[in-house]
Design a protein around this ligand. Sequence first.
Ligand code: UTP
Length: 277
Amino acid sequence: MKALIPAAGYGTRFLPASKTVPKEMLPVGAKPAIQLIVEEALAAGADEVVIVTSPDKPSLKRHFDVDAVWHARCAKKPEIDAELTRLEEIGRRIRWTLQTEQRGLGHAVLQAADLLAGETDPVLILLGDALVSGQAPSADMAAISRAFGGASVVGLEQVPLEKVSRYGIVAGTPAPEAPVPEAADRVLRLSDLVEKPAPEAAPSRLAIAGRYLLDPAIFGLLATQTPGHGGEIQLTDAIRRLLSTHAAYGYRYPGRRHDIGNPQGYFETLQAFQAPR
Ligand code: UTP
């Protein structure tokens, strides 16, 4: 399985901090958010991670690079030095590509199409500003996809009715044969998606929540996707088109999603993780 992390957005909701510190580099304990997300992807079975970043954010790649100077500085601190070595091993499994114009999430995903050309298995997409506390959803999503013959799966969270207009909201029917232990009621067969609906038009309160496992046909659809909400190329719009040809499931995962892309969400993330180091 290949993973893809879009991490090229402007991060305007976190200005002025995000002028020089990309939101994906905000620390949660001693690790930046992007490292935790890469680790989630690898733990779920990804053998390679593609990160889409922007020329304004060189620190993301630098974080995973081999750095002899830091090893020399940590020569007398073997535990920290081993941590740096482990980080570099993770770095060897990452490939990088750039989004030079910020035209939306769907456009960011499209920038990885060349690197993932020829892929036949679904690609795990993890938003670079979304962390999940508690049980990470990606491994469960991979299991659900396998059980349904390699179908697409999107991670879901239930949101209050007054907030549905901020999210992509799904319609679907329960999939009782779902393979997630004690969680059959958490899996839906999707019938439709609506991007940012008014509360009275929302088919449910289940919002797409930061994790996707999508058939690679998504890249062809994104290449022809016209701009949607906000004039941006929306991933949700392309997934909606994917639904007409490919089966897709939604997984209301048990972990809690946190948006580190704004100060309040970041504060809540730190409280939820309480990382010791
Ligand atoms: P957001 O919509 O939350 O990111 O995208 P943003 O545009 O950076 O945020 P604001 O509104 O300006 O504060 C979710 C994820 O998609 C990436 C972001 O980096 C984030 O990880 N993204 C978004 C891109 O890679 N490119 C884009 O053009 C937009």
